[in-house]
Ligand binder design. Structure first.
Ligand code: C2E
Ligand code: MG
Ligand code: MG
Ligand code: MG
Length: 291
């Protein structure tokens, strides 16, 4: 009996694994099509200054609407793109689309920055930095208005190629930020060696922060540490007015999250940027924003 149920759960496991494998293969195959037909799209999630409610930047986020499978979230296909050797092509598409689409808007505004997410595999390519610089030059996009988001594992990657790409780009004026900060396992001494300008505090630390004194202590400490080490900080995933109020009181400068705005089309971003007054920062705050 025990043997039999063991075999059943094994059969169940393999069926599930096979289904997963099949889905991955389908996604990989369809992703190749989407890349060659350039049917992926970008949305932009605005970043808001907590001092005055203005939009100071936007993060480009890739979107894939498949004709029959519907919307496939990046969380589902980025990892597959990495495994299938497609991430450089995908990353190049995202970068090119983002800078060509936003170049004029960026040039017309004094402080707007565009952030793109970059995978470690892209940085392992020794031609990455040169290709980025060429791409920005073609689009007439100023180097110092690009923000590259990397993760802790990338920043600490013990790879000469990766480190050199980062150093070259930073020297050229490109900004780097550390995404999902607070979710990794590095010791704090790594902070001194991080090749980034900005820490983006992960939304898991912010969700429900007004209910948790522990989270409050963590975020306050990270913000203080970040400031004393000379990093700028961005708080991700602010969904509620109470969360916004807390991060303002804790000294955060910039925030991003559904409370302020979901990711939007480029046209909407442009509209929001032009009519700065629309920011929900000012709408929702009783005492006005600022410290
Ligand atoms: P990320 O870089 O940390 O991007 C932020 C993610 O959090 C986005 O999800 C965004 O829609 C979501 N988000 C923003 N504010 C809130 C909020 O208030 N509440 C909640 N629940 N979520 C919020 P998205 O677009 O699904 O992207 C997921 C991840 O996929 C990104 O996390 C990033 O790691 C990756 N990704 C997205 N686009 C690209 C890309 O072009 N290239 C690469 N390599 N990775 C990408
Ligand atoms: Mg990001
Ligand atoms: Mg993030
Ligand atoms: Mg994240």
């Amino acid at each position: 009996e025990a043997k039999r149920s063991g075999r059943d759960s094994y059969a169940f496991f393999t069926a599930k694994a096979a289904a997963l494998m099949q889905e991955r293969l389908a996604i990989e195959k369809e992703l190749r099509v989407a890349l060659s037909e350039q049917t992926l799209n970008l949305l932009y999630q605005p970043l808001f200054s907590l001092r005055d409610g203005t939009i100071v930047g936007a993060e480009a986020l890739v979107r894939w609407r498949h004709p029959t499978m519907g919307d496939i979230p990046p969380g589902k296909f980025i990892g597959i793109a990495e495994d299938a050797g497609l991430i450089s092509e995908l990353g190049q598409f995202v970068l090119e689309r983002a800078v060509t689409e936003t170049a004029a808007l960026v040039r017309d505004s004094s402080d707007l920055r565009i952030a793109v997410n970059v995978s470690v595999l892209q940085l392992e390519d020794p031609t990455f930095a040169n290709r980025i610089e060429a791409c920005l030059a073609r689009a007439d996009f100023p180097l110092d208005r690009l923000e590259i988001e990397i993760t802790e594992s990338v920043a600490m990657r013990d790879s000469d190629v990766v480190q050199r790409q980062i150093v070259d780009l930073r020297r050229a004026g490109v900004h780097f930020s550390l995404d999902d900060f607070g979710t990794g396992y590095s010791n704090l001494s790594m902070l001194a060696r991080l090749p980034v300008d900005t820490l983006k505090i992960d939304r898991s630390l912010v969700a429900g922060i007004h209910h948790s004194v522990e989270q409050q202590a963590i975020v306050r400490t990270i913000l203080a540490l970040s400031q004393s080490m000379g990093f700028a900080s961005i708080v991700e995933g602010v969904e509620a007015a109470e969360e916004r109020d807390f991060v303002i009181a804790a000294g955060a400068d910039i925030a991003q999250g559904f409370f302020f705005s979901r990711p939007v089309s480029f046209d909407m971003l442009k509209g929001m940027q032009l009519t700065r007054a629309l920011s929900r920062v000012t709408d929702r705050s009783e005492n006005g924003v600022g410290r």
